[in-house]
Design a protein around this ligand. Structure first.
Ligand SMILES: NC(=O)c1ccc[n+]([C@@H]2O[C@H](COP(=O)([O-])OP(=O)(O)OC[C@H]3O[C@@H](n4cnc5c(N)ncnc54)[C@H](OP(=O)(O)O)[C@@H]3O)[C@@H](O)[C@H]2O)c1
Length: 102
């Protein structure tokens, strides 16, 4: 089974590390969808020998994902967690935004 994964905050310190770990561990994931802020960019990140584009985060970006990994600040995680869940993704957030929620 191969999971469809999105990585919000892919360009940050933690996001880049998460991407590297997915590759190093040979995690059973399709090509991850890399998401970051909406600031203009023309950037890619390396993954399994390919240069994957980094997309600005939008609600539609979470459609079709099994798993959304967040590596963002608390306010960004709070803004996008419900959006990602509504799109059908399971969210794993690396911030402390939801630390006392469950
Ligand atoms: N650094 C650590 O050692 C460490 C350890 C444990 C936990 N954490 C936690 O992990 C999280 C990420 O930390 P970090 O150090 O990786 O942060 P970071 O390097 O500042 O990266 C932040 C990421 O969030 C994105 N972002 C910023 N504003 C955004 C917005 N409005 N909408 C969508 N994406 C946005 C950035 O994209 P752009 O490139 O577009 O700005 C970037 O990809 C934080 O909650 C932090 O507390 C960090």
């Amino acid at each position: 089974m191969s999971l469809r994964i999105g990585l919000l905050g892919a360009t940050g310190l933690v996001g880049r590390t998460m991407l590297a770990v997915l590759e190093q561990r040979d995690f059973p994931a399709d090509t991850p969808r890399l998401l970051a802020s909406e600031r203009p960019r023309d950037s890619t990140l390396p993954f399994r020998g390919r240069a994957l584009p980094v997309e600005p985060v939008r609600p539609e970006a979470f459609r079709g994902l099994d798993l959304a990994r967040f590596a963002t600040s608390n306010p960004v995680s709070l803004s996008w967690a419900d959006v990602a869940r509504a799109a059908g993704a399971t969210v794993i957030d690396n911030s402390s935004a939801f630390r006392y929620h469950y």
